[in-house]
Design a protein around this ligand. Sequence first.
Ligand code: TMP
Length: 209
Amino acid sequence: MSSKGFFITLEGNEGCGKSTQLRLLRDDLRRAGHNVLVTREPGGTRAGDAIRAVLLDRKQARMNATCETLLYMASRAQLAAEVIRPALKARRTVLCDRWVDATYAYQGFGGGVDRAWIRRLGLEATGGLEPDITLWLDLPLEAGLRRAAGRGPKDRVESKTLAYHRRVRRGYEDLARRQPRRFRRVRLNASDSIEAVRAKVREALSDVL
Ligand code: TMP
């Protein structure tokens, strides 16, 4: 059993395979002796799940990126206080589907919201809770969007333009350049099997597994 829990987050564009890999990684971490808690955002608490429903609702087509930013941060503030901090305190390893980096990439790069403001807001909403490690599942954009489209009707974010998703990806590139130790890029090919991606994820986390 590890003596300290880690805060690990997963990021990536639509259809990058995050949910599948999150489950596999949870199993791998458990096998390595971690007491793992899995959560996701927006959501993960009662307030957060209600906020998630608003954010993904296609009827909210007029919602602007500043409104989105504040809602994502509101959900995150609740998740940090109610779920993540107590788990880390109990030395659990927390595996979270997205974090402040997603707002930086989607609302900042994608939606044009001031990035310095997003960083400040992120610090305030979470009380400065930063992941120890973030894995960026970097699948070629078109492959991910094709995969997401195959899952059925698009939600509000998936319905945005290709140009928007390209800007989001540039946001993740920016983070990888700025914080290479924390923000680890896992380069994926469209032809990679689930097991091949799993092996790449394990390699990127060899210091924890
Ligand atoms: P998911 O695909 O990981 O379930 O996330 C739901 C959507 O919300 C996804 O399209 C990305 C988007 N999103 C943002 O735009 N900003 C954020 O801060 C977060 C956490 C998610």
